[in-house]
Write a protein that binds this ligand. Structure first.
Ligand SMILES: [Zn+2]
Length: 330
């Protein structure tokens, strides 16, 4: 199986970092929790797909544009002579459909009809494939991945795979007859090349440096770490212990995501970490992991170029069964 790596969405990362250091307005907090849940669902489905045969090509998290309209595909699978589009939903609890509208049973509130989103993506993708000169059939499905989800009054012909059906659905995919991979690969390369780097519709909450709590956030929960012995920090909430170096480095990453326009300097990071870590320690960590620019008082640090590219999602490589080795696939 060939796979385009799924990266953690930038928006999710930003909101996660922000939520530890600032009380988000309820709307942003809910949006953040939905993103976390959605991403967890996508990773869950990724794990389900990992045993597909070598002839399958998977493209994760595609942000594309056709006729000046943006659309996003969670998972696109090319196998045999067919393209499968999957919209993964990690909904939990009971829902029902009435007059083609979707509702949560508990709150009786209407939710966005996920079928409309799926149909929209399929139409836009079909247009894009036509431009490329590919005429493969597209089969789209909603994938409900959470075992605690139930949908009442779903029409029998709805293009959806419900939690108890996922395994059987995957068995069917595995049985799709193999075809020459080269043509499929060409299409995958075309789609990958057309992927947009940034989602223009991401709404960033407003915040300033002064509003955010300073310190080092625990890597396992959202509490703050306190220094214990030389070179080690501890979380008083979950009990995790962490080396100063990795904890400071993680905080620098957070700073870079939250304040992409601000320069990373030793003093800035000392302040950001609320004085945890001496000047000597912070400088050593920055020198080891970042590229130093400028001299003397005006010097600052930058992420090395390659890491920048990966973080910006500009160059997302292919993972194949061969180069995966014994490592984690995702
Ligand atoms: Zn913790």
């Amino acid at each position: 199986m060939i796979n385009r790596l799924r990266l953690e969405p930038k928006e999710l990362k930003l909101l996660r970092f922000l939520s530890c250091r600032l009380e988000l307005p309820l709307k942003d907090e809910n949006h953040y929790l939905n993103l976390e849940k959605g991403y967890a669902g996508e990773l869950h489905f990724d794990r389900e797909l990992q045993d597909l045969p070598d002839s399958c090509i998977i493209l994760n998290d595609l942000l594309l544009e056709n006729s000046n309209t943006h659309f996003q595909i969670d998972t696109l699978l090319i196998t045999g002579g067919t393209i499968f589009v999957f919209e993964v939903k990690n909904y939990e609890g009971d829902y029902y459909i009435e007059n083609e509208r979707w509702y949560s049973l508990l709150s009786k509130t209407e939710i966005k009809n996920p079928l409309l989103q799926l149909q929209r993506s399929e139409t836009l993708l079909r247009g894009l494939l036509k431009d490329f000169g590919f005429h493969l059939p597209i089969k789209s499905h909603l994938i409900f991945i959470n075992p605690c989800f139930h949908l009442y009054q779903a029409p029998i012909n709805m293009p959806a795979v419900f939690p108890p059906q996922v395994k059987r659905f995957l068995e069917k995919l595995k049985a799709v007859p193999n075809v020459a991979k080269s043509k499929n690969m060409k299409l995958a390369e075309r789609l990958k090349a057309r992927c947009l780097k940034e989602n223009p519709y991401v709404r960033k909450p407003e915040y300033t440096y002064d509003q955010l709590r300073k310190g080092i956030v625990c890597g396992s929960c959202s509490a703050f770490l306190v220094p214990i012995t030389q070179g080690f920090l501890k979380c008083e909430k979950c009990g995790s212990k962490e080396k100063m170096d990795t904890a400071v480095l993680r905080s620098v990453e957070e700073f870079a995501v939250l304040f992409p326009d601000r320069k990373i300097t030793t003093n800035t990071i000392i302040d950001w970490c609320d004085g945890i870590g001496s000047k000597k320690v912070v400088q050593r960590i920055l020198v080891r992991n970042y590229e130093k620019k400028g001299k003397g008082k005006s010097s600052y640090y930058q992420r090395c170029q390659r890491e920048d590219i990966v973080n910006a999602g500009e160059e997302v490589g292919w993972i194949t069964s061969e180069n995966m080795g014994g490592k984690e696939k995702w």
